[in-house]
Write a new protein. Sequence first.
Length: 250
Amino acid sequence: MYDVKGKWALLTGASRGVGYQTALFMARQGCNLILHSRKPEHTAPVLEEVRALGVEAYAVSAELGAMDEVEAMLDEIVAKGTQVDIVFNNAAVQIAYRTDYWRTPVGDFEQSFKINFISAALICNRLIPKMIERGHGRVINTTSGIRNEPEQAGYAASKAALDKFTKDLASRLDGTDVVISLTDPGWCRTDLGGPQAPNAVETVIPGIAVGAFVDDRRSGRFLHAQLFTGMTLEAAVAKAEQVEATPYAI
Protein backbone atom coordinates (compact mmCIF):
# COMPACT_ATOMS: atom_id res chain seq x y z
CA MET A 1 0.00 0.00 0.00
CA TYR A 2 1.34 3.42 -0.99
CA ASP A 3 2.47 5.19 2.17
CA VAL A 4 0.95 8.68 2.31
CA LYS A 5 2.32 9.58 5.73
CA GLY A 6 4.33 12.79 5.48
CA LYS A 7 3.51 13.26 1.81
CA TRP A 8 1.70 16.30 0.43
CA ALA A 9 -1.68 16.18 -1.30
CA LEU A 10 -3.40 18.98 -3.21
CA LEU A 11 -7.17 18.75 -2.82
CA THR A 12 -9.48 21.00 -4.83
CA GLY A 13 -12.89 21.83 -3.45
CA ALA A 14 -11.77 20.97 0.08
CA SER A 15 -14.12 23.16 2.09
CA ARG A 16 -17.27 21.04 1.98
CA GLY A 17 -18.97 17.88 0.79
CA VAL A 18 -16.81 15.15 -0.71
CA GLY A 19 -13.69 17.32 -0.54
CA TYR A 20 -14.13 17.91 3.16
CA GLN A 21 -14.57 14.19 3.84
CA THR A 22 -11.47 13.44 1.76
CA ALA A 23 -9.42 16.03 3.64
CA LEU A 24 -10.27 14.58 7.04
CA PHE A 25 -9.65 11.02 5.87
CA MET A 26 -6.25 11.80 4.36
CA ALA A 27 -5.20 13.75 7.46
CA ARG A 28 -6.07 10.74 9.62
CA GLN A 29 -3.65 8.72 7.48
CA GLY A 30 -0.89 11.25 8.20
CA CYS A 31 -0.96 13.03 4.84
CA ASN A 32 -0.09 16.73 4.71
CA LEU A 33 -2.63 18.84 2.82
CA ILE A 34 -2.91 21.80 0.47
CA LEU A 35 -6.57 22.73 0.73
CA HIS A 36 -8.14 24.62 -2.17
CA SER A 37 -11.33 26.63 -2.25
CA ARG A 38 -12.53 29.73 -4.07
CA LYS A 39 -11.88 31.93 -1.04
CA PRO A 40 -9.47 31.43 1.89
CA GLU A 41 -12.19 31.86 4.51
CA HIS A 42 -14.02 28.84 3.10
CA THR A 43 -11.19 26.48 4.06
CA ALA A 44 -10.41 28.02 7.44
CA PRO A 45 -12.54 25.56 9.47
CA VAL A 46 -11.23 22.41 7.75
CA LEU A 47 -7.67 23.75 7.93
CA GLU A 48 -8.02 23.96 11.69
CA GLU A 49 -9.50 20.46 11.86
CA VAL A 50 -6.79 18.73 9.86
CA ARG A 51 -3.98 20.48 11.74
CA ALA A 52 -5.56 19.24 14.96
CA LEU A 53 -5.06 15.73 13.57
CA GLY A 54 -1.30 16.31 13.59
CA VAL A 55 -0.50 17.02 9.94
CA GLU A 56 0.89 20.07 8.18
CA ALA A 57 -1.56 21.97 6.02
CA TYR A 58 -2.14 25.29 4.32
CA ALA A 59 -4.85 26.82 2.14
CA VAL A 60 -4.76 28.14 -1.41
CA SER A 61 -7.53 29.84 -3.33
CA ALA A 62 -8.50 30.14 -6.97
CA GLU A 63 -11.59 30.44 -9.09
CA LEU A 64 -11.18 27.29 -11.19
CA GLY A 65 -13.05 28.89 -14.07
CA ALA A 66 -10.24 31.45 -14.42
CA MET A 67 -7.08 29.83 -15.73
CA ASP A 68 -4.87 32.72 -14.65
CA GLU A 69 -5.98 32.10 -11.06
CA VAL A 70 -5.28 28.38 -11.39
CA GLU A 71 -1.79 29.15 -12.70
CA ALA A 72 -1.21 31.62 -9.86
CA MET A 73 -2.30 28.98 -7.33
CA LEU A 74 0.16 26.48 -8.77
CA ASP A 75 2.89 29.13 -8.84
CA GLU A 76 2.23 29.79 -5.13
CA ILE A 77 2.62 26.08 -4.31
CA VAL A 78 5.90 25.95 -6.24
CA ALA A 79 7.14 29.12 -4.55
CA LYS A 80 6.51 27.55 -1.15
CA GLY A 81 8.72 24.65 -2.18
CA THR A 82 5.99 22.07 -1.62
CA GLN A 83 6.55 18.74 -3.34
CA VAL A 84 3.06 17.62 -4.36
CA ASP A 85 2.89 13.83 -4.25
CA ILE A 86 -0.88 13.34 -4.54
CA VAL A 87 -3.58 15.28 -6.40
CA PHE A 88 -7.32 15.05 -5.83
CA ASN A 89 -9.10 16.93 -8.61
CA ASN A 90 -12.36 16.95 -6.70
CA ALA A 91 -13.96 20.35 -7.31
CA ALA A 92 -16.80 20.60 -9.79
CA VAL A 93 -19.85 22.66 -10.63
CA GLN A 94 -23.25 21.60 -11.93
CA ILE A 95 -24.63 24.68 -13.66
CA ALA A 96 -28.33 23.96 -14.09
CA TYR A 97 -30.97 21.37 -14.90
CA ARG A 98 -32.35 22.35 -18.30
CA THR A 99 -35.75 20.77 -18.97
CA ASP A 100 -35.69 22.38 -22.42
CA TYR A 101 -32.28 20.89 -23.14
CA TRP A 102 -32.42 21.86 -26.83
CA ARG A 103 -31.92 25.42 -25.61
CA THR A 104 -28.96 24.71 -23.34
CA PRO A 105 -26.94 27.95 -23.28
CA VAL A 106 -23.40 27.88 -24.61
CA GLY A 107 -22.32 29.30 -21.28
CA ASP A 108 -23.31 26.05 -19.54
CA PHE A 109 -20.69 24.22 -21.59
CA GLU A 110 -18.06 26.93 -21.28
CA GLN A 111 -18.27 27.20 -17.50
CA SER A 112 -18.57 23.44 -16.98
CA PHE A 113 -15.55 22.66 -19.13
CA LYS A 114 -13.38 25.34 -17.53
CA ILE A 115 -14.10 24.28 -13.95
CA ASN A 116 -14.69 20.54 -14.29
CA PHE A 117 -12.13 19.68 -16.95
CA ILE A 118 -9.68 22.35 -18.10
CA SER A 119 -8.56 23.36 -14.61
CA ALA A 120 -7.98 19.70 -13.72
CA ALA A 121 -6.03 19.15 -16.92
CA LEU A 122 -3.88 22.20 -16.17
CA ILE A 123 -3.15 20.93 -12.65
CA CYS A 124 -2.20 17.50 -14.04
CA ASN A 125 0.03 18.98 -16.72
CA ARG A 126 1.89 21.13 -14.20
CA LEU A 127 2.32 18.55 -11.44
CA ILE A 128 2.55 15.10 -13.04
CA PRO A 129 5.89 15.73 -14.84
CA LYS A 130 7.48 16.51 -11.45
CA MET A 131 6.04 13.28 -10.06
CA ILE A 132 7.59 11.37 -12.96
CA GLU A 133 10.97 13.00 -12.25
CA ARG A 134 10.77 11.97 -8.58
CA GLY A 135 9.63 8.47 -9.47
CA HIS A 136 6.28 8.38 -7.66
CA GLY A 137 2.90 10.09 -7.34
CA ARG A 138 -0.85 9.57 -7.32
CA VAL A 139 -3.61 11.48 -9.14
CA ILE A 140 -7.31 10.92 -8.53
CA ASN A 141 -9.73 12.68 -10.87
CA THR A 142 -13.37 12.79 -9.78
CA THR A 143 -15.85 11.88 -12.49
CA SER A 144 -19.58 11.23 -12.50
CA GLY A 145 -21.80 8.29 -13.37
CA ILE A 146 -24.47 10.58 -14.76
CA ARG A 147 -25.81 9.38 -18.11
CA ASN A 148 -28.86 9.70 -20.37
CA GLU A 149 -29.63 13.14 -18.96
CA PRO A 150 -29.29 15.81 -21.65
CA GLU A 151 -30.86 18.12 -19.06
CA GLN A 152 -27.36 18.30 -17.55
CA ALA A 153 -25.44 18.30 -20.82
CA GLY A 154 -22.71 20.76 -19.84
CA TYR A 155 -21.84 18.90 -16.65
CA ALA A 156 -21.99 15.45 -18.25
CA ALA A 157 -19.89 16.43 -21.26
CA SER A 158 -17.21 18.04 -19.09
CA LYS A 159 -16.93 14.87 -17.02
CA ALA A 160 -16.70 12.77 -20.19
CA ALA A 161 -13.81 14.96 -21.29
CA LEU A 162 -12.09 14.40 -17.94
CA ASP A 163 -12.58 10.63 -18.34
CA LYS A 164 -10.96 10.67 -21.80
CA PHE A 165 -8.07 12.86 -20.66
CA THR A 166 -7.41 10.61 -17.66
CA LYS A 167 -7.52 7.40 -19.69
CA ASP A 168 -5.18 8.81 -22.32
CA LEU A 169 -2.66 9.88 -19.67
CA ALA A 170 -2.96 6.46 -18.05
CA SER A 171 -1.64 4.83 -21.21
CA ARG A 172 1.62 6.79 -20.79
CA LEU A 173 1.94 6.31 -17.03
CA ASP A 174 1.12 2.63 -16.78
CA GLY A 175 4.04 0.71 -15.30
CA THR A 176 5.55 3.77 -13.63
CA ASP A 177 4.99 4.56 -9.98
CA VAL A 178 2.89 7.56 -10.96
CA VAL A 179 -0.66 6.21 -10.87
CA ILE A 180 -3.72 8.03 -12.20
CA SER A 181 -7.26 6.89 -11.45
CA LEU A 182 -10.86 7.99 -11.84
CA THR A 183 -13.28 7.95 -8.94
CA ASP A 184 -17.02 8.48 -8.73
CA PRO A 185 -18.50 9.39 -5.33
CA GLY A 186 -21.98 8.35 -6.40
CA TRP A 187 -25.07 10.47 -5.87
CA CYS A 188 -24.57 11.99 -2.43
CA ARG A 189 -26.39 14.53 -0.32
CA THR A 190 -24.11 17.52 -0.92
CA ASP A 191 -24.62 21.05 -2.20
CA LEU A 192 -24.09 19.66 -5.70
CA GLY A 193 -26.05 16.42 -5.28
CA GLY A 194 -28.98 17.96 -3.44
CA PRO A 195 -31.06 16.74 -0.49
CA GLN A 196 -32.87 14.06 -2.48
CA ALA A 197 -29.70 12.03 -3.16
CA PRO A 198 -29.77 8.48 -1.74
CA ASN A 199 -26.28 8.44 -0.18
CA ALA A 200 -24.92 10.31 2.83
CA VAL A 201 -21.69 12.07 1.94
CA GLU A 202 -19.83 10.05 4.59
CA THR A 203 -20.34 6.91 2.46
CA VAL A 204 -17.63 8.06 0.06
CA ILE A 205 -15.00 6.97 2.60
CA PRO A 206 -12.68 5.16 1.98
CA GLY A 207 -13.48 4.64 -1.71
CA ILE A 208 -13.12 8.25 -2.78
CA ALA A 209 -9.45 8.18 -1.73
CA VAL A 210 -8.48 4.58 -2.39
CA GLY A 211 -6.72 5.54 -5.63
CA ALA A 212 -4.10 7.33 -3.54
CA PHE A 213 -3.13 4.05 -1.85
CA VAL A 214 -3.01 1.47 -4.66
CA ASP A 215 0.54 0.29 -5.10
CA ASP A 216 0.73 -1.96 -8.16
CA ARG A 217 1.74 0.74 -10.68
CA ARG A 218 -1.46 0.28 -12.71
CA SER A 219 -3.14 3.40 -14.07
CA GLY A 220 -6.54 3.98 -15.63
CA ARG A 221 -8.85 2.38 -13.08
CA PHE A 222 -12.42 3.52 -12.48
CA LEU A 223 -13.09 3.26 -8.74
CA HIS A 224 -16.69 3.78 -7.64
CA ALA A 225 -16.60 5.00 -4.05
CA GLN A 226 -19.89 3.39 -3.08
CA LEU A 227 -18.44 -0.08 -3.74
CA PHE A 228 -16.00 0.42 -0.84
CA THR A 229 -18.32 1.92 1.78
CA GLY A 230 -17.70 0.57 5.27
CA MET A 231 -14.50 -1.27 4.35
CA THR A 232 -11.18 -0.86 6.10
CA LEU A 233 -8.57 0.97 4.06
CA GLU A 234 -6.50 -2.20 3.72
CA ALA A 235 -9.48 -4.18 2.41
CA ALA A 236 -10.45 -1.34 0.08
CA VAL A 237 -6.95 -1.19 -1.42
CA ALA A 238 -6.92 -4.95 -1.96
CA LYS A 239 -10.30 -4.72 -3.71
CA ALA A 240 -9.23 -1.72 -5.81
CA GLU A 241 -6.16 -3.54 -7.06
CA GLN A 242 -8.44 -6.27 -8.39
CA VAL A 243 -10.24 -3.74 -10.62
CA GLU A 244 -9.09 -4.01 -14.22
CA ALA A 245 -6.79 -1.13 -15.16
CA THR A 246 -7.19 -0.74 -18.89
CA PRO A 247 -8.00 2.35 -20.96
CA TYR A 248 -11.68 2.84 -21.76
CA ALA A 249 -12.84 0.22 -19.24
CA ILE A 250 -15.93 2.30 -18.40
